[in-house]
Design a protein around this ligand. Sequence first.
Ligand code: NAP
Length: 304
Amino acid sequence: MKEQNPSNSYIMPIKTAIIGASGNVGRYLWRSYREAFPDCVGTSFSNPGDGLTFFDIRKPDLAALRLEATGHKAILISSAKPNIGYCEEHQEAARAVNVEGTLELIRQAGRTSLQVIFFSTDYVFGNRPGPHDDDEAPRPTTEYGRQKAAVEEAIASLAENHLVLRLSKIFTAVKGDRTLLDDIASSLAAGRVVRAARDQIFCPTYVEDLVQAVGGIQAKGLRGRMNVANPARWSRADAAIAMAKAMRVDPSLVEVISLYDIPSMAGRPLDTSMACPRLIREVGPTFQPLETFIERVAANWAIQ
Ligand SMILES: NC(=O)c1ccc[n+]([C@@H]2O[C@H](COP(=O)([O-])OP(=O)(O)OC[C@H]3O[C@@H](n4cnc5c(N)ncnc54)[C@H](OP(=O)(O)O)[C@@H]3O)[C@@H](O)[C@H]2O)c1
């Protein structure tokens, strides 16, 4: 069942097609728009699902989706190859999706009446200390960040009516979906050691809060670029320690490390936390605290 953010009032959604509606983030957005518009288009690539339309962003054919004819006002691009390791190891394959295909889709959408909403990432910021502001220039240190920054840079020349929304780590409270808190809790429940970096700082954001924030941004008719995250800054280590406490497991199961103790993390930015002044000023969404979800996810994995 859909979980609502009780502190946000209902906003009439704008009919929006979701490219990448089979993904971890896209599926929640699509479900939300479908409540108001049952024929709202959602696409998938390798994971077909009920009501989803196949779409390969590497060979995008926007016209085939008939979005304007069916009353859509916006297209939200949630399709990507967002795995950071994958982007490093398969740069060309990732670029075909994250940059080339995405830019071609934006080019096609720019010739229509649709607003283009593009999900970017906190990984566009480099190794300067956070929190990073809406207007801070991208200085990516990873291939994933560089690919997202390339789209950020080109989008204005392709689609006048666009939004670039930079997300931080998105999580749910669903047992078993391996998002941030579930991943930590499942390991602790199994008695496995969780290695968590004290110097990896981000802004974990509950997925339904993101859905509400996107709706609020659209309802206000905003354009341009903004950070969209719960502004509360967390280290991965603090999140893991809080989870161990909530689950009442042996605290030594959390091994506090530095991110660069893990060789494969070399080059990753340490502090991707974001300030969201534009979002707060213009939309004023309410983000639910991470502590609430730590309790809820701990309960999912309660040890009998
Ligand atoms: N999740 C986060 O914490 C987070 C944080 C910051 C930014 N973001 C950004 O938010 C967006 C959504 O992330 P996510 O976590 O939902 O990613 P995800 O779970 O990996 O989903 C990616 C989506 O892209 C689709 N896709 C992959 N290759 C495609 C192709 N060739 N053509 C068309 N669609 C293709 C996938 O479809 P199939 O599954 O059907 O193949 C899936 O729907 C991404 O742009 C990501 O960079 C996410």
